[in-house]
Design a protein around this ligand. Sequence first.
Ligand SMILES: *Cc1c(COP(=O)(O)O)cnc(C)c1O
Length: 357
Amino acid sequence: MLRAALDDIPTYKPGKPAAAPVPGGPVAYKLSSNENPYPPLPGVMEAAVAAASGFNRYPDATCAGLMAEISERFGVPVSHLATGTGSVGVAQQLVQATAGPGDEVMYAWRSFEAYPIITRISGATPVQVPLTDGDVHDLDAMAEAITDRTRLIFVCNPNNPTGTVVRRAELERFLDRVPSGVLVVLDEAYREFIRDSDVPDGIELYRDRPNVCVLRTFSKAYGLAGLRVGFAIAHEPVATALRKTALPFCVSQLAQDAAVASLRAEDELLGRVGSLVCERTRVYEGLVAQGWTVPETQANFVWLRLGEATVAFAEACDEAGVVVRPFPGEGVRVTIGESEGNDIFLRVAESFRKERF
Ligand SMILES: *Cc1c(COP(=O)(O)O)cnc(C)c1O
């Protein structure tokens, strides 16, 4: 009854929620899903509440208002845009539009956990190219792994869960090597957190490359993870394919209106991102001072390669009141959150290091 392609699909493990506060006990901080810790901005909240009064009606199926806003903000034609239920939703549409049984979808590993899931759902074969020893995309190895069955390549920049980036020269060299019939998807879910000017903006790269598609989301910096809205920027054939593979009415009016309001409140939102970037520096430097080797991160999280100690570390964090994201046997990804939560994480890291290493 069920397709064999489903047999090998790992189920997506969401970041654990923070434990319900025990009266008198410590507040728990959720540092497990790379969310923005700030509550919605006032204007965004009002737009969402206003939209809620109309939820007996279907949303605007074309997302016209949001598309117009994105088009203006990013300087791209509306015909190059497609929205979806989070950028994961758009990523799934991209795989469905390009790859089926017998085709290959390539990505670095470890990278974003949704890639193997959406690849297998399509019936395509995942090709996972290991990160370098420094936990960075190995673009040369990826270029060499391209076959005549490769249909789509994800480049997650910065990479989830390591936070590492690929820079302009190496990314351009890679794009030059990819055949024009292979779609390269630059997943830039954490774009707004990048402070390294050598990391290219995918929107510059896509303009004269018809086989490059950029994925962005409102879930991270813009703080709308719960509303499920993301978008793709790509040349017309790809953008049109995304409109064909979209489920009708998949982005709610609440999400559309809140996303428009977020773009209009961008200065304030990006100011908050600036504070998170300061916290990121503080956490990173704190860990390095404690003696940890941490890959340089350009995202709103840090990666600690803990190997066999991963689960024990995550448990120690749990007990102290911060929930992190363990990848058993490999490491933990810890979101930069409220400074109180970051402090607790740093304290756990310090004592764990003293006890265990
Ligand atoms: C969080 C994340 C996304 C965005 O997910 P949404 O579906 O937009 O919430 C996409 N790609 C990566 C690598 C992510 O970490």
